[in-house]
Design a protein around this ligand. Structure first.
Ligand code: PNS
Length: 159
């Protein structure tokens, strides 16, 4: 079984993430979307909420499951029998750090990283920009799935 992981913060998941996840799901037997738990980073949505939102947004893919992890992604890969990490690359600016991480993960644990080029439709898209736009009343309806839009608007109206 060829099982890969799409790791990230997903705070919140965007249509750009979903594009990569669904394309990976067509190429591999199983895709595990792994939400990182980073106690040093403040997030808008809790890890449990992020997992729930991704699960709802990917429910049509039978070979996608959602999990969370703390610590190193290579340890998560070892524990879940995952041989490769799949990442989306939006622009050259993503490349430097992504390449460093990929080489570190390969050199220390033999875990491969496969890069998929982001659909140009979503090349500018990031969770941070979505949150900033939504915070000031911007319309992000074309950028995130409906379930995220609903929760995002609710969260913003609470703050
Ligand atoms: O969505 P993000 O925040 O860009 O995702 C980054 C993430 C979570 C994929 C990356 O920071 C990561 O893999 N973190 C887990 C900790 C780890 O393994 N660090 C060493 C990387 S070489």
């Amino acid at each position: 079984m060829r099982r890969v992981v799409c790791p990230g913060s997903f705070d919140p998941v965007t249509n750009g993430h979903l594009d990569i996840i669904s394309r990976a799901a067509q190429l591999f037997d199983e895709v595990v979307v792994a939400v990182v738990l980073n106690p040093n980073k403040t997030s808008l949505f809790t890890a449990a909420e992020r997992v729930e939102l991704i699960a709802a947004a990917t429910k049509e893919h039978e070979n996608v499951r959602v999990d969370r992890f703390e610590g190193l992604i290579v340890d998560f890969c070892r524990d879940n029998n995952i041989s490769a990490i799949v990442k989306g690359l939006r622009a050259v600016s993503d490349f430097d750090y992504e390449m460093q991480m990929a080489q570190m993960n390969y050199s220390q644990a033999g875990v491969e990283t496969l890069f998929m080029t982001t659909n140009p439709e979503y090349a500018f898209l990031s969770s941070s920009l979505v949150k900033e736009f939504a915070r000031f009343g911007g319309d992000v309806s074309g950028l995130v799935p409906a379930i995220v839009l609903e929760q995002l608007n609710r969260r913003m109206s609470e703050s």
